[in-house]
Design a protein around this ligand. Structure first.
Ligand code: ZN
Length: 318
């Protein structure tokens, strides 16, 4: 045991950061804002929590492109054929969720039930389906644009649930959460401008919510040895910026609550999207992590919304 850690009930070392995360999680559950599911990182939300998310979304939408964007909403699962084209399984196999179901015979079902009655795993009786969990809100959209884009490219407003399998104590690392994204698909300059402009605009949104956010050049947690190279490239080419807020003081580097990301021609290539000028399309997106922003609000302004600064509540329509 180091001087910086204490032992928990089971005698395991617990860092001050983990203690802080556990305390925040306990406060949120005790206040009834989140509902414990018994699975790490998976929560129900109370009406009060949803009101906060909706209030944040009003501020996000007010800063957004309005009717200039096409609004799209997708279910939390999307076609495996689209998932294949994102290459997500190459970079984030550990975060992936795929939907399986039973397609067998009565006899196989009886064997499944017998195993289940014996307390044995029954998953091996299930087969993959044609759907996969959506890992990022924009991913179901690209397949809609296979072919040639309109002259000015497209601008999308997408809001939906994402799934990433990363069970964690930190309430800010949920397995299922919402992202509100604004996505540009067009030429290289449009993708660059979109990404860059949303760093300032994202900071503006967080400023209206009176959150103390810092832009940080970031990289995705690509998996494995090849992933290290991808992460280094993403950092060096300055493709991804995260707006971070310190939920746990100096105990960590802060939590990313908004991210603005230039994918270059990745999706243009894998989804065969062309600009009107005949180039492979580039894309970029800004994603507002709705639960994370809500948690940053609760951490910054307190768990009792009625005591938040009046001007913040007014902007949120609360
Ligand atoms: Zn996106």
């Amino acid at each position: 045991m180091t001087s910086e850690s204490v032992a928990d009930a089971s005698g395991k070392d617990v860092s001050p950061l983990d203690l802080s995360r556990a305390a925040f999680q306990r406060d949120l559950l005790e206040a009834g804002l989140l509902v414990d599911s018994g699975v790490s990182g998976l929560y129900g939300r109370s009406g009060a929590f949803e009101d906060i998310v909706d209030g944040i979304d009003r501020v996000v939408v007010a800063a957004g492109p309005g009717t200039a964007a096409t609004r799209l909403r997708f279910p939390p699962v999307f076609p495996r054929s689209s998932f294949e084209r994102t290459d997500y399984i190459a970079s984030f196999p550990n975060l992936t969720g795929a939907v399986n179901t039973f397609t067998g015979t009565n006899r196989e079902h009886a064997r499944l039930l017998a195993d289940r009655a014996d307390g044995l795993p029954w998953d091996s009786y299930l087969e993959p389906t044609e759907t996969v969990m959506v890992p990022a809100a924009c991913h179901p959209a690209y397949s809609l644009y296979t072919g040639v884009l309109p002259d000015a490219g497209v601008l999308l407003d997408i809001y939906g649930f994402c799934f990433r399998h990363e069970p964690a104590l930190d309430p800010a690392r949920m397995q299922a959460f919402r992202m509100h994204e604004f996505v540009s698909i067009g030429d290289a300059a449009a993708a660059r401008t979109h990404r860059a402009s949303w760093i300032e605009r994202g900071l503006g949104v967080l400023g209206e919510l009176e959150l103390d956010a810092t832009p940080v050049i970031a990289n995705d947690p690509f998996f494995g040895r090849a992933g290290k190279l991808l992460a280094a490239n993403q950092r060096e080419e300055n493709l991804k910026t995260e707006l971070t807020v310190r939920l746990y003081g100096d105990l960590d580097e802060g939590t990313a609550i908004v991210s603005s990301n230039n994918h270059l021609d990745h999706f243009g290539r894998t989804f065969d999207i062309e600009t009107a000028q005949g180039e492979v399309a580039h894309s970029s997106c800004v994603g507002f992590g709705m639960e994370r922003i809500a948690l940053a609000m609760l951490r910054t302004h307190g768990l009792d919304v009625t005591r938040w600064p009046l001007r913040v509540r007014e902007r949120m329509g609360l």
